[in-house]
Ligand binder design. Sequence first.
Ligand SMILES: CC(C)(COP(=O)(O)OP(=O)(O)OC[C@H]1O[C@@H](n2cnc3c(N)ncnc32)[C@H](O)[C@@H]1OP(=O)(O)O)[C@@H](O)C(=O)NCCC(=O)NCCS
Length: 170
Amino acid sequence: MNFEPDSLRIEPLGPGHDRLVFRCGDERLDRYLREQASQDPRRGTARVFVAVSIDGPQRILGYFTLSAATVVPADEKRLPRHAIPAALVGRLAVEASVARRGLGGLLLADAVKKAAVAAETVAMAVMVVDPIDERAEAFYAAFGFECLNGPRRRMFLALPFSRGGADSFA
Ligand SMILES: CC(C)(COP(=O)(O)OP(=O)(O)OC[C@H]1O[C@@H](n2cnc3c(N)ncnc32)[C@H](O)[C@@H]1OP(=O)(O)O)[C@@H](O)C(=O)NCCC(=O)NCCS
């Protein structure tokens, strides 16, 4: 059964969250949460948001990171040829025991909304992601992300600029 958005909170990672037990199926993303996620916000290199259940607010069900980035499209007809400001979802993961219940989509929609609100004051034209494998690519493609030309497995989505536009995502 899919998650009801009302049963969840998406909030900044804090000391009350249990970062040690999270398992998403990819050790690199688990290790990031254990070892680096609490440092990045202090350094200003990434904001980290976690999804918790209202009934169990310490257990992290999923997380994502957001940072500012620049994209230089290689040979991209759909985008301008100069560097464009972007919001980067550096990492996004869902606890394996609750996968395929819509939480990844809820996290991604929340990331888009946050980026769209930020883009009202600091211009950002697109959201970019770096999927780690084909399954992650299929996940992002399901939400309209398109592959960027170039050596990296990078995908992008045009950001809605108004709050109303952001709310219409998902
Ligand atoms: C990828 C990941 C974030 C997806 O989270 P999720 O909560 O399972 O995703 P959702 O339930 O919201 O899936 C939404 C849609 O994405 C697509 N999708 C999700 N997982 C997929 C997979 N493994 N293979 C193919 N398509 C997938 C499907 O279209 C799915 O809709 P459906 O279930 O109705 O078919 C999660 O599986 C995960 O954390 N994986 C390990 C880490 C990872 O790969 N992170 C990606 C960023 S680098």
